[in-house]
Design a protein around this ligand. Sequence first.
Ligand code: LR7
Ligand code: MN
Length: 589
Amino acid sequence: LFLILLCSAFCFLLLWRRSHVHRVGETKHVFRKNQEEYIDRRGVHVVVGHYIGNPADKIPNATHEMINANDYAPEPNAGKDGLPVVIAPKDLVKMRQLYQINRFNLLASDKIPLNRSLPDVRKKKCLNLYQNHREYPKSSVIIVFHNEAWSTLLRTVWSVIDRSPNVILEEIILVDDASERDFLRKPLDDYVSTLPVSTRIIRNANRVGLVEARLQGARVARGAVLVFLDAHCECTNGWLESLVSRINDDPTTIACPVIDIINDETFAYVKSFELHWGAFNWLLQFRWYTLSGPALQKRAKDNTEPFVTPTMAGGLFAIDKQFFFNLGGYDDGMKIWGGENLELSFRAWQCGGRIEIVPCSHVGHLFRKTSPYSFPGGVGETLYSNLARVALVWMDDWGDFYFKFNEEARKIKDKQNVLSRVQLRKKLHCKDFKWYLDNIWPQNFFPGRRRFFGRIRNVAEDRCLIKPLGKETSNQPMGVAKLNTCLKEQLLIEMFVMTRDGFIMTDDSVCLDAPEKQVIGSAKVRIMACSGYNRQKWKYNKNTKQLIHLSNRLCLDLPESRRYEDGLVLNSCTSNGTQKWELESVPWH
Ligand code: LR7
Ligand code: MN
């Protein structure tokens, strides 16, 4: 009875929240502001409020005047302490019009003072660390931008000025990548000359992309440490000294902050999980995954302790200037956007450096759902040629794996001249990608020399196990493990890796999972974020072709209903054909 009550209370709550819809005035706008919590496609925990107009409304395009105007008009309390900004219903059309310009709520941003207050999201213990920061080397903060809004760009600048210890902040360098907005010309020059911290602007007449723009900033930097930020960030107390502390200890460390979320619709500052590290998936997309078991154990002792990460997100990090250039700066063959974060990450690890996330350093970043600017040469062409360069120079056989399953990248691969970067790899005596995967990311789900890679085919039904489609998420159940007609093409959704430890995993770090104590035939076998726990360990019996769950000794089986979309179950092991699985290897490089 208690359970039923609990369930109905929950349902009621759910329905009530969904129906929390206001109708406003005669314009008949549906104004819905509801709080939602979810794990987004980057694996980031997000709590947001949405403003949704009536979808039937025709929102006029932003005018030329709107695009070129600086409408920063602060209201003293808007966005205070990182709280969400509330837009009056009468402004909703204008809000959506302005949203198009930068793909975030510009109206909200323009209401928030450049020096708004933010919560101190650090662990208490962080406040007592880094007391000797006066002795640390000085930093040049480099912010590259293309058509950034006035309020987001200068809020980034002010958050650096207001929340960095003066003694270790050498200067701020803004690099304008050929912006086309009037207010980013003379008005910005004039404004910057009044700032209390030395701030320079480097201008580009032609679009050079973020890699070249960052290199320009790095070359002229006077500080011993380079700190890169995107042009729409907000730094919180203690962010800089905790990063530089690591570089002070070891100048071959790249130090990254925990990246909090500035919501693109409300500008709320949302603390994100500290238990994630950065990696990537089979398509070389950057992803956050939960820390590995050993790293978690280490952290349990002291959760302010920095931890290593296989890759970094790319936009926010501190690096010793000399180390940065000794390591080869950036790959200047990379265009506009994308891939440079993986390239620098692999290079750092393979060539004697390290990358860490510093839990005492929190910086907010404005996450957008889409990109607002043009990609000269085309989005695909740009991104895939950058990623092809990463694969060609650093990934060895796994580069071939990437090309094998990615037609777009394969088509563009031979156009890349990577000679100088391959020579750099030799000159620096860098380790190979196998070493990187084995040592820096042993929990990875990539194919490997002593792993099975291929299809898992049910003998009785001639159908293959697939990764359920849907939201690409980590840390939450992906859904039940399903079967599908085996496809002739080599499609990644039916490719699985089985490790020697018995983990059956696939792209995006998800694993075949079942409770250690299983009710026979009932509970479903799921695809869940890989955890390293026993509930995800299996044994394949080559003779009987059974897949046996290691802790409950039950066999992977079809549901009695024979409905493949119902998902797979565990049953007592029998000689039934439904329990027979063919592990069909597919060459991966
Ligand atoms: O042609 C360009 N010229 C530029 O100067 C294109 C972009 N830029 C600037 C742009 O104005 C911004 O300041 O470069 C910066 C990054 O561009 P964004 O904000 O459009 O990138 P993003 O935040 O969507 O993407 C992430 O991946 C990028 C891959 O190239 C970069 O590494 C970004 O720095 C990176 N951002 C972060 O790491 C923030 C946290 C994201 C996460 C997780
Ligand atoms: Mn960004």
